[in-house]
Design a binder for this molecule. Structure first.
Ligand code: APR
Length: 229
């Protein structure tokens, strides 16, 4: 029976693929007023601007590839029952081949009907752009993104996953945004917790910090885990 490895990733996971993080120097929130382009109020105020913001991020996403960190997590599936929880809205974990990915903040390549949020549509390379006037199956659509000021519906399933973990790993997050940042507190007492981040946020002393980027850090983690398997 493989041990369950639960990995919680943030924007730093995709940095080495060329996607900028939010709060590093030159990050997304330095160039965009976050409450204008990523909040429920912003969407009500100026939906066209928000559609444009996510159109731009989709165009960037289809031009980049998963990095060694994403691939290293797929490799770990040979030895562990790996489940990814991600704050990222990109599809790089899926494109790398991870078999279990739970998105907390939505998915950039999906939009949903404004009049029925259970109706999801996956955009393809040839139809990446939406506007407030776009109709899919007769429905106006919005980005399938959890805006600030909106609930995080996948948080409960994420907590269940963390509570079932034999090993927990956190990669590339500033642990600045809740409820995602609280996931660490749900890990069962005594299980090993690792945190891979070149500029780690402060975490309890019991957490094993690997102060490296995702690619190098996942390789370091893998060596450490396989030495103790
Ligand atoms: N490898 C790993 N981590 C990295 C790398 C790298 N190459 N480069 C930077 N990092 C780390 C930074 O040190 C930082 O801790 O990635 C983290 C990025 O932090 P944020 O930009 O705050 O991103 P994140 O924690 O995912 O933000 C959480 O905030 O704006 C919202 O919804 C958005 O999901 C996002 C949430």
């Amino acid at each position: 029976m493989k041990k369950r490895l639960v990995v919680s990733t943030g924007a730093g996971m995709s940095a080495e693929s060329g996607i900028s993080t939010f709060r590093d120097a030159g990050g997304l929130w330095e160039n965009y007023p976050v409450m204008e382009v990523a909040s429920a109020d912003g969407f009500r105020r100026n939906p066209a601007l928000i559609h444009r913001f996510y159109n731009e991020r989709r165009a960037e996403l289809v031009s980049v590839e998963p990095n060694a960190g994403h691939r290293g997590l797929v490799e770990l599936e040979k030895y562990f029952d790996v489940h990814i929880i991600t704050q990222n809205v990109d599809d790089l974990h899926e494109r790398a081949g991870s078999s279990s990915v739970l998105h907390l903040h939505g998915e950039l390549m999906k939009v949903r009907a404004m009049d029925n949020e259970s109706l999801l549509y996956t955009l393809d390379k040839d139809h990446l752009e939406t506007t407030p006037d776009t109709l899919i199956d007769g429905h106006h659509v919005r980005p399938h993104i959890v805006f600030f000021q909106e609930a995080v519906p996948n948080f409960e399933p994420a907590v269940d996953l963390v509570q079932s973990a034999d090993i927990m790993v956190i990669i590339g997050t500033s642990l600045a945004v809740y409820p995602a940042a609280a996931l660490l507190n749900y890990a069962r007492r005594g299980i090993p917790v690792y945190y891979i981040d070149p500029r780690p946020a402060s975490v309890p002393a019991s957490v094993h910090v690997i102060a490296q980027g995702a690619g190098e850090g996942v390789a370091t983690l893998t060596r450490e885990l396989l030495n103790n398997i």
